[in-house]
Design a protein around this ligand. Sequence first.
Ligand code: SAM
Length: 138
Amino acid sequence: MPDPMPLRGGLEFSTRYAASTDAAPAFVEGEVFGTDYGANGYTTVDDADDLIARLDIGPADRLLDLGAGCGWPGLYMADRTGCRLVSFDLPEEGLQRAQLRGRLDEVVGFEGAVRGDGRALPFRRQSFTTAVHADVLC
Ligand SMILES: C[S@@+](CC[C@H](N)C(=O)[O-])C[C@H]1O[C@@H](n2cnc3c(N)ncnc32)[C@H](O)[C@@H]1O
């Protein structure tokens, strides 16, 4: 029986994330989305600010960024609000970039980039107060 929800996030995204620091995609991302995280969707800085406002998150919160890619938008949200953060995705290339960016930006609440399948989250219930998934259910 075919998988009703075939997984994306394999080679297609790995290749994208491995090239995310190349000059051309970085330039386009900056011009179109106003970001430099290696974003791989349609979430702009204004959208991320809107998420922050709607979720009303702060240092008391622990955010799960599901399908985080290279860390966008979770790292930005944690940087702005002081919330704790776990970035979660499948492709190793994106997770490595998220891990590096979190460290370079000294995002205090960043707990790390974790690899796994969002269809079977490897976290205890109620581990997070909030979750975002930017351009994942597409
Ligand atoms: C379009 S990208 C968006 C990435 C990032 N949120 C951004 O805006 O740059 C969708 C991401 O969802 C991830 N994804 C899709 N299905 C997933 C699953 N079952 N578990 C974890 N991540 C998944 C993909 O690997 C991919 O990195």
